[in-house]
Structures are given as structure tokens and as C-alpha cells.
Write a protein that binds this ligand. Structure first.
Ligand SMILES: Cc1ncc(COP(=O)(O)O)c(C=O)c1O
Length: 434
């Protein structure tokens, strides 16, 4: 099967490119890193599928870059939203659903004593950092190369995901004063972190990490790395922040921190907790959260924060995840998929490395191992672009970047996996040098 992907998509995208920079509302959606535009313009999502404006259907492994753990338009989420929408969309007052969602999060995330909602993951991380600075009275942030923490100024210093894909790791427009306060270190290298904290630890407000990195492709922490990171941060008097915008609820019902047995001082959350609607949150230790305005002097606000519809979609998603516990099945399907991709690649003489954690994995077009951004960048961009295109033609939608993950959702079926593997086989056959 070869899809005709340039019909109406092309004309819609031409319209988009006239009025939206690059035709996209987030650079990660562009196809520039995989051989150029136009990207496919979608008309709807249902279960594990997309349908584009030409009526082509794709199996979706993008999951909107993470939030859609239940797939698109899950019936319970849709019903809950329909039920709630005629009560109003935003009030600017305390409201029932945001309180229920906050209680749910506090109950199931270890170390989350209090939580404050934002509208995006970017704001969540930005606010958690401001809070760490307020609490410690220190200016510096240590983060890790290739991780993506949203698009606030400081977080674009050596960032991953869309920022590295479009080749603007240090974005224009970030003032030098901001850059000077952010230190980016290689991930998974404990001695570099230790040396850095030994030298400047007394000026560090926080160490900020994705506990399992999702934004240079999936990169898990080495054994003992996060435990030692926490110890070192605390020895220096700094806070540990886990950016769990992707990881919370992706691997189990709760945070990756609890899953891995390392509880940070603060969390940044997003994606899944909005069930596909705009939602972010930050929170953690009670004593630290007392610094947040109006209790304390760390100011942070949001007109749409705690939006009732986002809260309803988030609550319903979390309820389904708790009741249906789809994690074992998602892991199982992702395991079949990634093991079989490895076998097929080998059969056709292609060197790939696959990093998988639970239901998320990345296929790196290189020998491996991949444990940090330097090794992730060795993934062959040209081969990935060809692979991406071949898969798309066969109705498989992958993130258009070699630094993103394949996300298996609770909606994917055995048949979807089989069909994906057939497409992989055909793609590797056509990539094969012979
Ligand atoms: C780990 C991580 N943190 C923060 C963000 C920013 O979230 P948002 O796009 O909702 O601003 C992202 C987005 O991809 C992310 O993956």
C-alpha cells in the first residue's frame, strides 16, 4: 500500500505556510528534518489512528509527542468533556475539577505534597526552577545536554527534541545573562556532575533532569545514576527537580521517580495529566511549596491554569489508567515491536540500536550504545529520514525526528503491531544496500 500524501495536505499546508511561520505551531511538527515539507495535515484522530485531509489512515506512534496514552478521542474522555462543557470553559475562581485533579495527583505521586497547575509543560518547568531559586536563594541551574524542558529562555541552552532537530540548540533571542545561569552537562556521567557541584555547588539552585530522557530519543539512566544525582544535589544544598512532563503515567500509574525509586524535591508535569488538553503542573515538597504566591514570595500565575476542561480530561484519563491498568499490555506490545524491528534490521544488514523503556522506544540508526546526547547524535539523519518517509507512505506515522520516541498507547491492537512490522520489513528491504 502506498498512500497519496501530497493531495489536499499540500494545498492545506501552502495555506498554513502563508499565515503560520513554517506552517507549523511547533517546530517539532515540521518535516524539515526528514527531507522537507509538506508534512501531512490531519483531519481527525481515533483510537490509535490518524486520518489526514485526503482520507488516508495512519497508525499513530506520535501520540501527540506523549499525552495520548489512551489513544485519540477515548470514549470516556470524550463523554466526560461533553458532559462538562456546558458548565463553562473557564471561571478564574477555585473550581471543583482542578481540586479533584490536584488531590488525585497528590495521592498517586510520591513526594508530591502540593501541586500548582499551569497551562503547559514549559510553564511548569520554568516555574519549578523559579521556585528552586526562590527557596535556595541561588541563581544557577544544572541541566543535561539533549534534554528538552520547554521553550523558556534558559531551557534552550543545549536543548533536545525540536530544538536540536531544527539545528538551533541555542535559540536566537536568549540573552547572555540567562545563558550564564544555566549549565548543561552530559547525561549519565556522574563524575562530571560531581566535579561541577564540587566547584560551584554553593551557587546551584537545582539539578533538573528527565529521569528517563525522552527528548534525545529514549535514554534511560544508568544504574545508580539518579540516586547519586539526588545525593550530590542535596550535599550541595540544591534541589532535585524531575521533569516528568513525558514520563509521569507513561510507565506506570504515577511518576517515573516512584517507579525508579528516586523521589525528587520538585516535579514538573504535563502531557498525560491533561488527557490531550492543555495542562501543566509543578509541585513537590510541602515546605518548598509554601514559597509559592499567595503564601510566599515566588510569583507565578495563569488565567487558564486549572482549566476545568483540561482537568476533566486529565482526571478521566487518570481514572481509566488506574482502572484498566494497560501498562503490562503496552509494554508487551512495545517489546514485540522493538525486538522484531531489531531482527528485521539485522536481516537486511542495517545497524540499529533500540532503547526501550516500557511502552516508549527509539530506533537509532547506528551501532550504539546510546546513553547521552553525543551518542544519540550519531544516529544517521539521512537513513532515518528515508525510513520515516517509507513508513509514512505505508500508513505508519512516526515523529519526524530521529530524537523522538515511538509511543505505544493503550489503544494499539495486535493487528496494528503486525501491520507496522510488515511496513518495517518493506522499509528496511528498500533501505538495504543490496
Ligand atoms: C520533558 C519535557 N518537558 C517540558 C516540555 C514542554 O511542554 P509543553 O510543550 O507542554 O510546553 C516537553 C515537551 O515536549 C517535554 O517533553
Amino acid at each position: 500500500m502506498t498512500l497519496a500524501i501530497t493531495g489536499s495536505s499540500k494545498s492545506w499546508f501552502e495555506r498554513a505556510a502563508r499565515v503560520i511561520p513554517g506552517g507549523v505551531n511547533s517546530p517539532a511538527r515540521s518535516f524539515r528534518a526528514v527531507g522537507g515539507d509538506p508534512p501531512v495535515v490531519m483531519a481527525r484522530g481515533f483510537g490509535p489512528y490518524f486520518e489526514d485531509v485526503d482520507g488516508n489512515v495512519y497508525i499513530d506512534y506520535l501520540a501527540a509527542f506523549g499525552p495520548l496514552i489512551l489513544g485519540h478521542a477515548h470514549s470516556r474522555v470524550v463523554e466526560a468533556l461533553k458532559d462538562y462543557v456546558d458548565k463553562g470553559t473557564v471561571w478564574g475562581t477555585p473550581a471543583v475539577k482542578e481540586i479533584e485533579l490536584a488531590e488525585t495527583l497528590v495521592e498517586c505521586i510520591d513526594g508530591l505534597d502540593q501541586v500548582r497547575f499551569t497551562s503547559t509543560g514549559t510553564e511548569a518547568v520554568m516555574s519549578a526552577i523559579r521556585l528552586a531559586r526562590a527557596f535556595t536563594g541561588r541563581p544557577l541551574v544544572i541541566k543535561f545536554e539533549g534534554a528538552y524542558h520547554g521553550h523558556s529562555d534558559g531551557m534552550l541552552v543545549k536543548a533536545g527534541s525540536g530544538a536540536s532537530t531544527v539545528g538551533t540548540q541555542d535559540s536566537l533571542g536568549v540573552p547572555p545573562g540567562v545563558v550564564n545561569d544555566v549549565i548543561s552537562l552530559p547525561y549519565n556521567d556522574i563524575s562530571v556532575l560531581e566535579d561541577t557541584l564540587n566547584k560551584i555547588g554553593d551557587r546551584v539552585a537545582c539539578v533538573l533532569a528527565e529521569p528517563i530522557v525522552g527528548n534525545m530519543g529514549i535514554v534511560p539512566p544508568r544504574e545508580g545514576y539518579l540516586e547519586r544525582m539526588k545525593e550530590l544535589a542535596h550535599q550541595a544544598g540544591a534541589l532535585l527537580i524531575f521533569d516528568e512532563v513525558i514520563t509521569a503515567f507513561r510507565f506506570h500509574y504515577g511518576s517515573a521517580g516512584s517507579w525508579l525509586g528516586v523521589i525528587p524535591d520538585l516535579y514538573a508535569l504535563g502531557k498525560a495529566i491533561g488527557g490531550g488538553l492543555p495542562q501543566g503542573a509543578y509541585g513537590g515538597r510541602f515546605d518548598v511549596m509554601q514559597y509559592v504566591s499567595p503564601l510566599g514570595g515566588m510569583f507565578q500565575a495563569g488565567t487558564l491554569a486549572g482549566n476545568p476542561l483540561s482537568a476533566v480530561a486529565g482526571l478521566t484519563t487518570l481514572n481509566v489508567l488506574r482502572q484498566e491498568a494497560p501498562y503490562d499490555r503496552m509494554d508487551h506490545l512495545a517489546g514485540i515491536l522493538s525486538d522484531s524491528i531489531m531482527d528485521i534490521a539485522r536481516e537486511y544488514g542495517q545497524q540499529v540500536t533500540i532503547n526501550r523503556v516500557g511502552s516508549a522506544f527509539t530506533v537509532f540508526f547506528q551501532q550504539g550504545p546510546v546513553y547521552d546526547f553525543t551518542t544519540a547524535k550519531q544516529s544517521d539523519a539521512v537513513l532515518f529520514a528515508k525510513f520515516h518517509h517509507l513508513m509514512l507512505e505505508q500508513g505508519i506515522y512516526l515523529a519526524p525526528s530521529r530524537f523522538e520516541a515511538w509511543f505505544v498507547s493503550a489503544a494499539h491492537t495486535d493487528q496494528d503491531i503486525e501491520r507496522t512490522l510488515e511496513a518495517c520489513r518493506e522499509s528496511f528491504r528498500r533501505l538495504s544496500p543490496a
